[in-house]
Design a protein around this ligand. Sequence first.
Ligand code: SF4
Length: 377
Amino acid sequence: MTPALGLYLHIPFCRQRCDYCAFYLEVHREPAAEAFCRALETEIALYAAEPCFTGRQLASLYFGGGTPTVLKTDQLVGLLDAVQRLFPLSPACEITVEAHPATVTTRDLAALRDRGVTRISFGAESLADDELANLGRPGTQAETIAAVMSARSGGFTDFNLDLMYGLPGQTLESWERTLHRCIHLGPTHVSCYALTVEEGTRLAHEVRRAQKQEPDESLQIEMDRSAQDILGRAGYEQYEISNYARPGFQCRHNLLYWTQGEYLGVGPSAQSLVGNVRFGNVANLTRYKASLTESRFPLQERTLLTPQEQLRDAVIFGLRLRQGVPTSQLRAHVENYGHVETWRELSADQLIEDVCGRSRLSARGRLFADTIAERLF
Ligand code: SF4
């Protein structure tokens, strides 16, 4: 049977750059956005014409960024129409659009729902205005609440809220308040990410000049523990280390990434994995458009993964999932890389557990995932 294929559309525009953001992006300008949409359609058409993709059904579509909703709703719908003309969608295809709460209206969201979008992912980050301001992230708690109400009245029943912890000025109590406010809004899915300070960002500059506090690692562990506890008690299952969902609402597109499923990424800087080939696009809008003007794939890198590397990736992602990875795969990986003793120690410390022949991080292990990864990979 042909494996499921996901399609990721990277929209590289935001209204402005948040202080902590190191992603490749451009500040949104309408003429550039319109030209980008044409180039993106060309790229999708080039893939659809390749014999290995012709007629393949899409199991998921994901508009990410950047901020996809800085595009006009007509432009997003136009891209969705182009995908549907070029690829068959599976009957249960999951279609997600990421949105900044301040960039959508009830009308926009109703239009997206009418055209088949099944899921909205809001970048809330915090539900405390002072923390958002400190973080250099535009937006307010009121805008997130309004966006959630709009999503509901637009017909969405499945939506995610992205949250971040370890923010400048954030305390354990204020993080827990954000978690409770989030639960009150009733999302089907919650993502919780620890803030990291990326080189080259305004936040890194401010931390170096002691104008902002660096995230405190032990406080972030406490905050992670609270998220596990508070979201767990509210009925959200932690199905991946940073992701919680109500039963039946796991993000199927992201699960493709974490289970070595096949996905195509289109748009500047987007990454793909098909079979044992990983490839990625240029992270530059001008060069991206120039390639597509000449009907060339805008690729920058292409790596053929060895069986050993495929196994390593399966184990890296699989350990972070609640479903884990077959213990036989973990054993083969630690033998390949000479980490058998480390695995024994991590198991003896109850950081990795074996449940019915599958291995995964334990609840305590999930708090130390990065350290464990450093030791095993
Ligand atoms: S909205 Fe997201 S992608 Fe855009 S600048 Fe902020 S963090 Fe980066």
